[in-house]
Ligand binder design. Sequence first.
Ligand code: FE
Length: 195
Amino acid sequence: MNTDTTPIATIEQRLDAIQTVLQRHGMQPTEFINTFDELAHEHWVPANGAGLIARAWTDPAFKQLLLTDGMAAIREAGLRMPPHHRHFVVLENTADIHNVICCTLCSCTAFTIIGLPPDWYKDLAYRSRVVREARTVLREMGLDLPAQTQIRVWDTTADTRYMVMPQRPSGTEALSVEQLTALISKDALIGVALI
Ligand code: FE
């Protein structure tokens, strides 16, 4: 709580102040924000990761590549990650093992592949609890896993980014890669939902 009598600037005033300083130093914050916004909403979308998974479900050789050398699979698919994302690790769910990802430190994800992290992913409650009581957290989020399913929680680091490979649902044998891609949500790629 602020016990000082100095009035606190509003968020808008703080933004204006930061923009003014950046512009004074010859930087272009408005252009950056517009570019970033376009990247975030048009290019860094979960359909990228979903497409990788759908292709892996239908192409054993690509699945092998995706699970053993995620960066090579991304390159082959024409996708990109920032240079500081040095490792891309894909975690395969099975009948016995369910994977879920988090960033206990902040909000790291493979954001160019699975999209920007949801707000709840950045909350202290999720970050601190999923590593201690994953089963309970997942149940609260609507994913009630069988008691015999082993849950593995993966804590993202600055240079290692993860994506969960959900199990392919039965009855989807006739679907195309595009149709399969449409089934796969960002939540499933994080591991808090099934397909
Ligand atoms: Fe982080």
